[in-house]
Write a protein that binds this ligand. Structure first.
Ligand code: G3P
Length: 216
């Protein structure tokens, strides 16, 4: 299972790399805006740090503008993957870019039919948003599982990259269902390490050791 970091925070990406929890990085226009920097230097810096794919999202809405943006982004670094929203224009652009050898991810996927179209267009990553579906009382994990099933039914090369992953439960649900890639903020991965009984256990062991060690 691959863990991508959904962030433009360089310190978080470095920490995730040190933890062995950064198989790739995803960004989106909101995260770029939050970084206060422009797209190209942020993506180039991240692409230089991360060994895996770095997904940078286009903002164009016509196939021609998306293709132009995608070609430009792909030239920034070898590991840049162009992230494209699943619209009709986006699907046209995905076909063209993939035929030129530019790797794409298809984002803002909220239905199995969108996922199927993205795979048919030849995208490398189909990106369903779990948390945003949960926000409207739909089960995000169910969507990821359905898309996974569609991809494997027909042997598509595309992989599910589950996004809008906001808590350890989302990651565990993906792991139990065989979803190959998740992307989440570093904090979610750190939360996975925590358990109150672990903290209590450490405290007890240390207290017992402190009280006994003088006599040993
Ligand atoms: O990169 C897309 C994604 O992970 C967004 O997450 O929490 O804003 O729904 P969220």
């Amino acid at each position: 299972m691959q863990f991508f970091v959904d962030s433009t925070e360089i310190s978080d990406i470095k920490e995730a790399l040190a933890l062995g929890l950064c198989d790739g990085v995803t960004t989106n226009p909101s995260l770029i805006a939050k970084s206060g920097r422009s797209l190209k230097p942020v993506i180039q810096e991240i692409a230089g740090l991360a060994e895996g794919p770095v997904l940078a999202e286009v903002t164009g809405s016509t196939a021609d503008t998306i293709i132009a943006e995608g070609r430009e982004m792909a030239a920034w670094a070898e590991n840049v993957v162009v992230k494209i929203p699943v619209t009709i224009e986006g699907l046209k652009a995905i076909r063209v870019l993939e035929s030129e050898g530019v790797a794409t991810g298809t984002t803002l996927v909220f239905s199995p039919s969108q996922g199927l179209l993205a795979a048919k267009a030849g995208t490398r990553y189909v990106i369903p948003f779990l948390g945003r579906l949960d926000d409207i009382s739909a089960a995000g994990i169910g969507l990821a599982v359905q898309i996974q099933e569609i991809l494997s039914n027909y042997g598509f090369d595309a992989e599910v990259l589950a996004a809008s992953v906001r808590n350890p439960g989302h990651v565990t649900a993906c792991a139990l269902s065989g979803v190959p890639i998740v992307t989440a903020p570093l904090n979610v991965y750190k939360q996975m390490a925590g358990h109150p009984l672990t903290d209590i256990g450490i405290q007890r062991f240390l207290a017992d050791w402190e009280s006994a060690k003088a006599e040993l």
